[in-house]
Design a protein around this ligand. Sequence first.
Ligand code: COA
Ligand code: AMP
Length: 628
Amino acid sequence: MSYQQEYQTSIEQPERFWQQQADKIHWFRKPRTLLQKDDHGIDRWFVDGELNTAYLALDQHVLAGRGDDIALIYDSPVTGNKKQYSFSELTEAVALFAGVLLNQGVEKGDRVIIYMPMVPEAAIAMLACARIGAVHSVVFGGFAAHELAVRIDDAEPKVVVSASCGIEIDRVIPYKPILDEAISLAQAKPSGCVILQREQHPCELTAGRDVDWQQALAAAQPADCVAVRATDPLYVLYTSGTTGKPKGVVRDNGGHAVAMHYSMELVYDMHPGDVFWAASDVGWVVGHSYIVYAPLIRGCTTVFYEGKPVRTPDAGAFWRVCEEYKVKGIFAAPTAFRAIRKEDPQCQLARQYDLSALKTVFMAGERLDPPTYDWVDQHIQRPIVDHWWQTETGWAIAGNHMGLEPATPKAGSVTRPSPGYHVQILDSRGQLAAAGEQGSIAIKLPLPPGCLPTIWRNHERFEAGYLNTYPGYYVTGDGGMLDEDGYLFVLGRTDDIINVAGHRLSTGEMEEVVAGHDAVAECAVIGQSSDLKGEEPLGLVLLKDGVDIDEEQLKQELVQRVRDNIGAVASFKNAVVVQRLPKTRSGKILRKVLRNIANNEEYSTPSTIDDPACLQEIEQALKEKGVS
Ligand code: COA
Ligand code: AMP
């Protein structure tokens, strides 16, 4: 079928279209009602269907005679370990860990927080939750105790699954102290923790609360898959919003399974037995969708990589993994390729490996800048697919659909909307923008299966943040345009979210932490362009009257505060003291113009500004400090 036909059908007859996709997965009870509004008036897919996501990812392949095929390849240059799990082995491991969770008193609908490094046990824990209908919430290992505590309080998990440590290149990061501190900070105390001891840094267990992973397995019986409703939540994944409090994106079971299966073929052209490698982390949505669920549901082999693109041990790591496991599709953030380019500008190391199995390079998570595109194109000589999506949608809103009808790419464009996503550009009045005109990228409702139906225990935030701005539309938070050929260009966030090394972070959250310093009266944190990480945060700080503090010392203290409160992953490394911050007459900080100044971009003085002279002062201060 052509892209045009497939897209048209998905928009004009969504129920018929998605029924056909739903028919391709195994249901315990097939859905008869395809689309129905819930009590909040939100469109829900496959409402009377019943299924089990872990069954789709594992058991069904074993039952189909593929038990000996490889499901998951663990490759860990940071520990020197490699291990492969067949579908049978992974199914057994998941069933047994599901038994551990049952022994811990976890029931259908209970939440389980998973705070783990990139070890296969993280995927085992996720799939074990899915098996018994528990709701997992994976927290990225780079987040500090406070961030973990916030998530514990919001999700109220019965159990936390963690490991004794993570490894960052050659540095051991002990997880247990972070976990202990988070639990002591949190109001909602989990009743138990299951801890995976790693030989690089075993930890002491807390008596009465913690159990050792291996010992817990020895005491457990394998548990069966339970049937859950399509609309039951599979997981909650916290992501940055514009305020300090992260939002829990809810993913349901039915829509997600259908979307994962469909997108694996549509976008990535992956078929049972193919090897797919998403070089991300299970703590991000890419890890949920394309390290764990989609490849396994589609019967592919997934690569689970505990390492970095560089320094583990060198900038040839990506190519080594592609050769060793005959990777057909690799998916990473552009930052990863920028890091490789920095260390191996001529891409010499790639020539040492046989990349003949590699068909396509997929990138997402941040804007794909033309120099990075050109470099990968020149040296790897494979189709490069830039696709655009977000935690909320769980799969590509737009991309070049390798499994359908690849289009000729256009520089700077994420190509075309995916079937199911009625993408439109709206101007500030909510009117349709003309072709080539910039505006807010919105999706006309209903959203396709797999997208979030709500924010965990905060439906108002879902409506206020995404649905109320333009009734009948989901607002993505990104600005952009559609050209005359229907190609989509994503031009950046319209809110205060920044993208640092493909990690989505809230400047509002960093501002709260910086403003909490005793010397700070007020601050603005903005994203500044970075050759490696795309963007990096920069703090502009106004001191309290009468405070006398060395600026370098203040900077160090602020950097440490952000590390302690949010985590190293925020990459907050720079802060500058300014005399004033530009504001509107009603007192709102003009962050956009600050961004322009810090990035040496042209700007026009906003008409709402209280005192235009302030802008020159800031320009001067940043220049003097060598920041812009
Ligand atoms: N646990 C603990 N700490 C972590 C961590 C984890 N899982 N992940 C990152 N960190 C720490 C890093 O060690 C670093 O600490 P430091 O400031 O003490 O050096 C800090 O968080 C920033 O990490 P990062 O942004 O990853 O920078 P880096 O300099 O270590 O590495 C890249 C740069 C480009 C190699 C790396 O960012 C990368 O591989 N990016 C790929 C992007 C990606 O996977 N995106 C996911 C969405 S698709
Ligand atoms: P996350 O929810 O962490 O996946 O981050 C989603 C945000 O990252 C999007 O809203 C975009 O701002 C940005 N993003 C993701 N993919 C792309 C892309 N291919 N091009 C430009 N921006 C992207």
